[in-house]
Write a protein that binds this ligand. Structure first.
Ligand code: ZN
Length: 307
């Protein structure tokens, strides 16, 4: 007959053996559960978290986080999470209320914390909506995305110290890929004749891209999709396209295409390939990850401006 101590130690041994023999997927109960508010951020968290983290994204592919209406299921996802990753800069106007109503004890981490922000009201035209302060689309600069990655890494380590080495290695590998991506973007911009580096998009989501890489973006709709473009803004853009002979206009995946179709029709500018500003495409689409999204967009801009 086994002594009590031997029995306990035998049992512990069996449990350890059982745990180590399980495939990683079967251990999802042990994974760190986190929530990301939108698809671009969810992809970054997955890259840093790797196999230790289970990421749930609230606003999925092609979804518009400016005007999202949370569901009761979102509240449950928050209560199960240890960390809620948000962009911050008032991008997700609905998140604070959702966090509160869910009663979650998760920490909220703003991925854009520390970014040098661009202000909404320095674009020289009337946005016609109430989003004063910082432009939220900071991820459109890859330099900023690297800051997001550092914030994500630090938050994961704070919540799961045992994964420190993994998170650091994952983040370092991903940052290397982002450096290569940024070099690629700069190389393509450099090939566009300087006088042609001007683009029309429907909502003002590319100002950080403009600031970092030197392509001018003009948008009739302002920085949020929440407000419609005013007749005055549309008329101003049409005049500008004619005056400056701008060759192409672009529609983002989160915007209504009709406005840009009208502008294209009135000016003779052509509509370029659909670009991705605030959300990824479906995973098997052209912008299923942040890196693929940035690469797709710069290739679309460069194809339209170089020809
Ligand atoms: Zn936006």
């Amino acid at each position: 007959m086994l002594t009590r101590r031997a029995a306990v130690s035998l049992l512990a041994g069996c449990l350890a053996l059982a745990a180590s023999a399980l495939p990683a997927a079967a251990q999802s109960a042990d994974k760190l559960k986190v929530v990301a508010t939108f698809s671009i951020l969810g992809d970054m968290v997955r890259n840093v978290g790797g196999g230790r983290v289970e990421v749930t994204t609230l606003v999925g592919p092609n979804g518009d986080a400016h005007v999202y209406s949370p569901t009761p299921a979102d509240g449950r996802r928050l209560t199960e999470a240890r960390i809620v990753f948000t962009n911050g800069l008032k991008f997700e106007g609905w998140i604070a209320r959702l966090v509160k109503s869910s009663g979650t004890r998760a920490v909220t981490v703003e991925a854009a914390r520390g970014v040098k922000t661009l202000q909404n009201d320095d674009a020289g035209h009337d946005h016609g909506h109430h989003h004063g302060g910082a432009d939220p689309h900071a991820w459109q600069s890859i330099g900023n995305a690297k800051l997001y990655v550092a914030n994500i890494r630090d938050a994961l380590i704070a919540a799961d110290e045992a994964g420190k080495a993994t998170y650091e290695a994952n983040a370092a590998a991903y940052l290397k890929q982002l450096d290569a991506l940024e070099a690629e973007v700069k190389e393509l911009v450099a090939k566009i004749p300087p006088e042609r580096r001007r683009i029309i998009t429907s909502h003002d989501a590319f100002r950080y891209f403009e600031d970092a890489y030197g392509i001018d973006f003009v948008a009739p709709q302002g920085v949020s999709t929440e407000s419609e473009a005013s007749a005055r803004d549309v008329a101003r853009i049409i005049q500008q396209i004619r005056r400056e002979a701008i060759a192409a206009v672009f529609v983002e995946n989160v915007s209504d295409a009709r406005l840009m179709e009208r502008i294209a029709k009135e000016t003779g500018a052509r509509i370029g390939t659909k670009v991705y500003s605030d959300a990824l495409s479906e995973p098997n689409g052209p912008a299923g990850t942040y890196i693929d999204m940035m690469r797709h967009n710069i290739r679309a801009f460069s194809a339209a401006l170089s020809s």
